[in-house]
Design a protein around this ligand. Structure first.
Ligand SMILES: NC(=O)c1ccc[n+]([C@@H]2O[C@H](COP(=O)([O-])OP(=O)(O)OC[C@H]3O[C@@H](n4cnc5c(N)ncnc54)[C@H](O)[C@@H]3O)[C@@H](O)[C@H]2O)c1
Length: 361
């Protein structure tokens, strides 16, 4: 039996990351894309070119009523995730919700409560859980091979070049904007909490004035060790997670599926990356995939959601994990101070501090 899918939001992530794997899984008989929702008809039409039998809709409520999906994929702009997820759960559909799960942890709490009440799966999309090198890095940390961990450093910065189809992420936060914190932040914090244990925020600084931030730094504590995080929407950074312990050091490339290295007493060595994930719905002994592309990682992520529905397995990231990530982002915002910018003249640094959003609010 193939599960009926409703896609809510047919913008960049739907077209670039979901379209191809959904099409392949439909062809393999695992699912059928029954409906596509987007108020912008050209966005829904772009997705429909892959799924000619799907119906298109301008709003989620009427689409849920007419398509009666088994799974709703919430791929709309971030500020709509809570609304669309609640609608889908109330209509009796399981949900895969893109990151960020919501704008506040209170919204996340309502979403997890609704999933419990409806007895439906609420999975949060965290594609990096399906990057083989990330899974092996986590196993390496848990193996104790690096000894007692001292600290980790996480740096991720790119010149923003994701071809969004709407400006939603760039609005002010209270108008639904994500800034880099709620854009890359959920990926980073989910990954770090998954690897090192629950995080608490020590301090947080960003460069937002009246708008949203493009750069931030954060220090956190985890169960295993303290860590620092730097994220940027406009500065290319080293894009790596580096951890040091008293017996060695390991480095993971954040933008690669298969790059992991370890330094022990005899120097640096590359670790072969072979971790794999289920690629079909066989209960045991089925096909597995070690992704080397976003499309393959997305395919594994979707399959895991289907497996959680059909086989009763746990989703990779459930609503409660998603809520904890958003709570950590909120804790950062609550303690926000202006980012240090030592390259500015003293006079401009003072003016920036005066104009910082958390100073003026
Ligand atoms: N996992 C990843 O790596 C990844 C990558 C990019 C984006 N995302 C996430 O996916 C989400 C969408 O991002 P995007 O880049 O596709 O943005 P986008 O702006 O290109 O797409 C959003 C889409 O939602 C549609 N929309 C707006 N109002 C709607 C409504 N009421 N009902 C249904 N659809 C509606 C818009 O018309 C648009 O087509 C964001 O939350 C973003 O953080 C995740």
């Amino acid at each position: 039996m193939s599960l009926r899918i409703l896609v809510v939001g047919c913008g960049a992530v739907a077209q670039r990351l979901y379209g191809q794997p959904l099409q392949q899984l439909e062809k393999a008989g695992l699912l059928r894309v029954a409906g596509l929702v987007d108020p912008v008809a050209s966005h829904a039409a772009a997705m429909r070119s892959r799924f000619p039998s799907a119906t298109t809709h301008a709003d989620a409520a009427s689409a849920l009523a007419t398509t009666r999906p088994d799974v709703t994929m919430v791929l709309s702009s971030a500020h709509l995730h809570a609304e669309h997820t609640l609608l889908a759960l109330q209509a009796g559909s399981h949900v895969l919700c893109e990151k960020p799960m919501a704008q506040t942890s209170a919204e996340c709490g309502r979403m997890t409560a609704a999933a419990r009440a409806a007895n439906r799966i609420l999975a949060i999309a965290m594609i990096r859980r399906f990057f083989p090198a990330f899974a092996q890095f986590k196993a390496l940390i848990e193996s104790g091979r690096l000894g007692t961990l001292r600290a980790f450093e996480y740096r991720e910065g790119h010149k923003f070049e994701w071809d969004v189809t709407t400006p939603a992420a760039f609005r002010r936060r209270h108008e639904g904007g994500t800034g880099v914190l709620f854009d890359i932040g959920p990926h980073a914090l989910d990954h770090l909490a998954w690897t090192f244990g629950p995080l608490s925020v020590v301090d947080y600084a960003d460069d937002a004035l009246s708008g949203i931030e493009s750069n931030l730094t954060m220090r956190v504590r985890s169960t295993r060790c303290p860590g620092s995080i730097q994220l940027s929407w406009d500065n290319p950074l080293t894009n790596e997670l580096r951890v040091t312990g008293d017996r060695g050091e390991a480095v993971l490339r954040i933008d690669r599926f298969d790059q992991l290295a370890i330094r022990e007493s005899d120097g640096w060595a590359v670790i072969p990356v072979t971790a794999d994930f289920p690629a079909d719905l066989a209960a045991a002994g089925g096909r597995r995939l070690s992704p080397r592309s976003y499309v393959q990682a997305m395919s594994c992520q979707i399959v895991q959601v289907l497996r959680s529905i059909v086989l009763g397995e746990a989703p990779a990231v459930d609503g409660e994990s998603g809520r904890r990530t958003i709570a950590a982002l909120e804790a950062g915002l609550a303690s926000a101070v202006p980012l240090e910018m030592p390259w500015l003249p003293q006079r401009e640094r003072q003016a920036f501090a005066q104009l910082h959003w958390n100073h003026t609010r």
